[in-house]
Every structure is written in C-alpha cells, then in structure tokens.
Design a protein around this ligand. Structure first.
Ligand code: MN
Length: 252
C-alpha cells in the first residue's frame, strides 16, 4: 500500500536529512510543511530526487503575529510551489490576543493564493475552527483546503464539508475519544492521513512520515468498514487531491 503523509514538518525533526532520505527510501508521499517563509528554501532542499516529497510554503499561526513582515517573502516564493502550509489561526490561550492579526495574515495569504490561480492549503485551526471557516469561506478561489487535525464541533465539521474541505487526520488525534468522534463524522472520501511529526507522537517518540497509515485501524472502527477499505480510500483520496493540485496549476 502506498504510504502517504499529508502534513509533517521534515525540517523540525532532530535529523531532517535522515528522515527525508528514509521517507524517500520507503517511497512515502509527503507534503512537507514549513512554519515560516524563511525556512522554506532550506526545507525544499530536503526534497529527494524521487519526486514524492513536496514542500509547502507556510507561516504558522503561532508565529504569524510576530512575522507579518515575512508576507513579502511568502509572496516571492509562492510561484515556486503548488502547496501552502502550515497556515491558519490558533485560538488557544497563549495566542488568543493576536487573533485579529492572525486572521489578517491568513486573509492576506489566501488572497495571494487566489491571485496565483489557487493552491492546495493545509490549515491549522486549533481553538479557532469557526474563525478559520469564516476566513476560507471569504476566499473560495484560494484553492483546495485541507483542515489539519481538525478539532471543531460536529456542526463545524458539517460546515467544512459544505465548503468542500478535506481533512487530514493523524494517529495522535485518533488516540483520543473526541478525535475519533470527530473523524467518524467526516465522510471517507474527504479524509487524508497525516502525522504532524515531529509534533505528533506515538505517546513517546515523534511519528515518522511512514507511520501515518496507523490511522487506518481506528478509522476502520469509526466508520465500520475494513482496514483494507480505509487504506484504498486514502490512496484514492490522495490521488484526487493531487489531481486537484494539477488542475489548479494548469490554470495559472
Ligand atoms: Mn503541523
């Protein structure tokens, strides 16, 4: 079965080069996130030659308020990639006071994506699911949205589905009862595997990009279908996601 990780941070592992090389050796398809435009070029350099790792251009919401000035760099690099992430809004206690600024940064990023013909965008929305959905609904031409580690309410899951969003879910999310409940609500043609490594862990160690498939068993239970069926659906979903990215690239 094809190994797929649609959201991890290769550059933030203790040994980025080894993790990238091992991912390539195992043939993993990886969407490699970055947290600042400054980190983008160095992270892109980790892409091995087999072409299965794609580097996304990001400005993480926990850094966005202090790094608004990096939007200029974001604009400069955007033409070099079909993938954007990690971006979004974080409404957890340490970041709540910068919600306005974070929202402004996200709006500006989505505007740039729309002007560039659309991108495939991995979004963080911890503690800010409603806000993120509000912002993306204002910019439907920004491209395809992947809500990563989504932790909103059932109503917000439904609203995201109506907006056409994808969801990427990881093994750590599915270790919690609440995470399983949210995932059970997601339609299986909209879900993609992720690790969020090295932040996502197996309880002790960072999850590696080739471990995102561990979501298959808990998803099979949540959806009442077989593990094999989950695996083939994830591959099919990823194929559709990439076709979507190709289509957006064709209209640029
Ligand atoms: Mn992340």
């Amino acid at each position: 079965m094809a190994l797929i990780d649609t959201h991890c941070h290769l550059d933030l592992y203790r040994e980025p080069k080894q993790v990238a090389e091992e991912s390539a050796r195992r043939g993993v398809y990886v969407l490699s996130m970055t947290t600042t435009p400054t980190a983008y070029i160095g992270t892109k350099a980790l892409e091995p030659k087999n072409g299965r790792i794609r580097t996304a251009l990001g400005l993480h919401p926990e850094l966005a308020a202090d790094r608004e000035h990096e939007l200029a760099l974001f604009r400069r690099y955007l033409p070099t990639t079909r993938y954007v992430g990690e971006v979004g809004i974080d409404g957890s206690a340490p970041h709540r006071r910068t919600l306005d600024r974070q929202g402004r940064v996200l709006t500006s990023i989505l505007g740039m994506c729309a002007a560039a013909g659309g991108r495939t965008i991995s979004l963080h929305s911890r503690g800010a699911a409603g806000l993120v959905l509000d912002v993306i609904s204002q910019e439907p031409l920004a491209g395809q949205f992947i809500l990563h580690w989504f932790s909103g309410s059932s109503n917000q899951v439904d609203r995201a589905i109506e907006l056409g969003c994808w969801f990427s879910v990881g093994p750590e999310m599915l270790r919690s009862e609440r995470g399983v409940k949210i995932a059970a609500r997601m339609p299986f043609d909209r879900v993609l595997p992720e690790t969020d490594g090295p932040f996502g862990t197996n309880g002790q160690e960072p999850l590696m990009p080739w471990e995102a498939h561990l979501v298959a068993a808990p998803l099979a239970t949540a959806w009442g279908i077989s593990i094999r069926d989950v695996q083939s659906r994830m591959v099919e979903n990823f194929r559709r996601l990439i076709q979507g990215a190709d289509r957006l690239a064709a209209v640029q």
